[in-house]
Design a protein around this ligand. Structure first.
Ligand code: X5A
Ligand code: ZN
Length: 417
């Protein structure tokens, strides 16, 4: 067995000028960044022909990109990072899960399933990721900062109460939601735009009506990882109606469909739920160029989604990094989101944006199911049904391409990508 060499601090230094640390004197209108270089120590020991997609460079790329975009000056500050305590981790995880993750620090390499690795530093990185999310959310709910961006890894949304999976050890977004509740928020929303369904987050709050879980994800009738997240999954017991799933039937979904979902299902539900705090489980693996997601969301699409939530929430927004594996895509997307948090509006959504057949299918299905629990405008429901039946005919006449835009003859003249 090869000897693993210890990484010294200097080897992981980013040599960036970070924003100033948050102090009690910091302007309450600030945006705070959560980051700690020790989260770069979590990496796969075993070297394969391809590096693991969830690798330390992801955070280096994002931090470098934000700094290069000039976003670290001015209104940003850094929140001091902190390790979550074991008691905090047990807000959402079983004692045995917390112990199993802790135990990985004794081994050079451990695995939870085939794709979820750990090294000696993974438990530390996972505690830092969780603690940083908890502190950011607490500061937001207490009004000490306006909003925040947790640049953390390992990611969290696949982590179930008792299982690590899908590159995730502890569920950072779920812990942030618990922190919001204990800081006084009565209702918390988690909106998950990672390309994968956040099965862990959904499970943790399945029967909880104080946390609304909304997810848009590639689903492919259950054939895309992790397989959960059908529109029919709406929550159980007291939490029935507090899980909202928008499952894309195929890949290639882009800005138009995401924004269509926001306008027709997500925003109406958010307005009725009226959360006291909102967490974005922000994976950037639905981004154009991502090797795992195969979707088409652009930085502008991410900016518009952030803007819709930001304008409704007047702050009280925490963005938590989940997946995202194309270094260029994730740094451009993170910069676009941070700009909105800093108050730069991406402007109006182009009125020419139309959903694709696939997008319309998923959104109208979610609308019909969710209208049992939430008021969904009858006109927009009817409109969607009409668009859908017209599109169905065209869909059959054409090449059965679910990614074709639904409306207007002008759409047919456009070159298809
Ligand atoms: C956080 C995240 C993806 C897991 C894919 C496993 N996980 N094949 O994006
Ligand atoms: Zn993902």
């Amino acid at each position: 067995m090869e000897q693993r060499k210890d990484m010294s601090d200097s080897e992981i230094k980013l040599h960036l000028t970070f924003p100033p640390l948050w102090t009690p004197q910091t302007d309450a209108a600030s945006t705070a960044i959560g980051f700690d270089e020790r989260m770069l120590l979590h990496s796969e020991v075993q070297t394969k022909s391809h590096p693991h997609p969830e690798r330390p460079d992801r955070l280096r790329a994002i931090m470098g990109g934000l700094s290069a975009a000039g976003l670290f000056s001015g209104l940003c500050c850094m929140i001091p990072s902190r390790e979550a305590t074991l008691a905090e981790l047990e807000w959402v995880h079983s004692h045995s899960h917390v112990e199993a993750v802790e135990a990985t620090s004794l081994h050079e390499a451990s695995y939870f399933g085939r794709d979820t690795y750990a090294n000696n530093y993974s438990a530390l990185a996972a505690r830092l990721a969780a603690g940083t999310c908890i502190d950011l959310m607490t500061a937001i709910v207490k009004g000490q900062i306006l909003n925040g961006f947790a640049l953390v890894r390992p990611p969290g949304h696949h982590a179930l109460s008792a299982t690590a999976m899908g590159f995730c050890l502890h569920n950072n977004a779920a812990l942030a939601a618990k922190a919001a509740l204990s800081a006084g928020a009565k209702k918390v929303m988690i909106i998950d735009w990672d390309v994968h369904h956040g099965n862990g987050t959904q499970e943790i709050f399945d029967s909880d009506s104080s946390v609304l879980y909304v997810s848009l994800h590639r689903h492919q009738a259950g054939f895309f990882y992790p397989g959960t997240g059908a529109a029919s999954e709406v929550g159980i017991k007291d939490g029935e109606g507090f899980s909202v799933n928008i499952p894309w039937p195929c890949g290639g979904i882009g800005d138009e469909d995401y924004l269509f979902a926001f306008q027709n299902v997500i925003m109406p539900i958010v307005e009725q739920f009226a959360p006291d705090a909102t967490i974005i489980s922000a994976g950037f693996d639905a981004a154009k160029g991502d090797p795992l997601g195969g979707c088409q969301v652009t930085p502008s699409g991410y900016a518009h989604m952030t803007q819709l939530l930001y304008s409704l929430m007047k702050g009280k927004l925490l963005v938590v990094l989940e997946g995202g594996y194309n270094l260029r895509s994730i740094s451009a997307s993170a910069a676009a989101v941070l700009k909105v948090l800093l108050g730069v509006s991406p402007g109006e959504i182009p009125p020419s944006w139309q959903p694709t057949f696939a997008g319309l299918l998923a959104v109208s299905e979610a609308c019909v199911i969710q209208s049992r629990y939430w008021k969904i405008d009858r006109m927009s429901l009817l409109n969607m049904q009409m668009l859908l039946s017209a599109a169905e005919t065209k869909f059959k006449e054409n090449k059965n391409d679910p990614r074709q835009p639904v409306s207007g003859p002008q759409a047919e003249d456009q070159p298809q990508g």
